[in-house]
Design a protein around this ligand. Structure first.
Ligand SMILES: [Zn+2]
Length: 257
């Protein structure tokens, strides 16, 4: 045990006495045997805003597990240059090579939305860990089911729900993953994620601000009232969260109020 207040850090910069998986909930959910198997091969890497972890068609060589505060979006780039977000992944999850056997080409782009750090491990090592600890395979398949739920819900949301509700939903999802009221996010980035022109997002942001839900300044959106955002968001926010809670109870970050 590490005495309270000790800041001694381990090999990956994580306080000694904690698991190397600290900071990523999905890693915490993996059985000890799997963590021991991959721990010597885990690398701590910086994720910079806008960085692409892989592009459509790339071989996915590594699985990335975002640590506190980092958010990566799976987006579909269109031929005209527009992109649309399919899923938001933070410390509750991982990107790349979760269920596939060996390297497989990516279908989407994994773009860093909010910078931070991640632990990464080669897909080959992760595969070996699944074979060594079958329960790790079960956890990762369950996580993949949650990720699929996010993508399916995003299809319905983009087709049927008004932009204001989608915007509120996106802010709530991001707030859950950051656990801080200030989201380092421009309105341009938000517009890109929602697949709409910046002017639409500006109008929505102004409306949310007038209701006391958010405030914003250059490059930062501050959440002032989650309950306002929850009232504005569509059912998709709660549906996905509930699915996470049923499939992997305790994985999804508890919303802060
Ligand atoms: Zn929706």
């Amino acid at each position: 045990m590490v005495p309270p207040g000790s800041r001694k850090t381990g090999r990956f910069g994580i306080p000694a006495g904690q698991s190397r998986a600290a900071g990523n909930q999905l890693l915490r959910f993996l059985p000890k045997a799997a963590i021991e198997f991959i721990a010597p091969h885990l690398e701590r890497v910086a994720l910079t805003r806008g960085q692409s972890l892989f592009e459509p068609g790339d071989d996915v060589t590594h699985a990335h597990f975002p640590l506190d505060g980092a958010v990566v979006a799976l987006v579909l780039p269109m031929q005209d240059g527009r992109v649309i977000e399919a899923a938001t992944i933070g410390r509750e999850g991982a990107i790349g090579g979760i269920v596939s056997l060996g390297s497989k080409p990516a279908y989407a782009r994994a773009a860093v939305q909010i910078p931070g750090e991640a632990m990464r491990v080669s897909v080959a090592r992760l595969e070996a860990a699944k074979r060594a600890a079958p329960r790790a395979h079960d956890v990762l398949v369950r996580y993949a089911d949650c990720l699929t739920a996010q993508v399916l819900q995003a299809v319905a949301c983009a087709a049927l729900h008004p932009l204001e509700a989608r915007c509120a939903r996106w802010l709530l999802m991001t707030h859950d993953r950051l656990q801080q009221t200030e989201l380092p996010l421009t309105q341009e980035a938000l517009a890109e994620m929602l697949g709409v022109a910046r002017t639409y997002v500006t109008r929505i942001a102004t409306e949310l601000k007038s209701r006391g839900a958010i405030s914003y300044s250059r490059g930062t959106i501050r959440i002032l009232s989650r309950s306002q955002l929850e009232q504005t968001a569509c059912e998709c926010y709660v549906s996905v969260r509930q699915h996470f809670d049923r499939v992997l109870p305790g994985l999804y970050p508890r919303p802060e109020h």
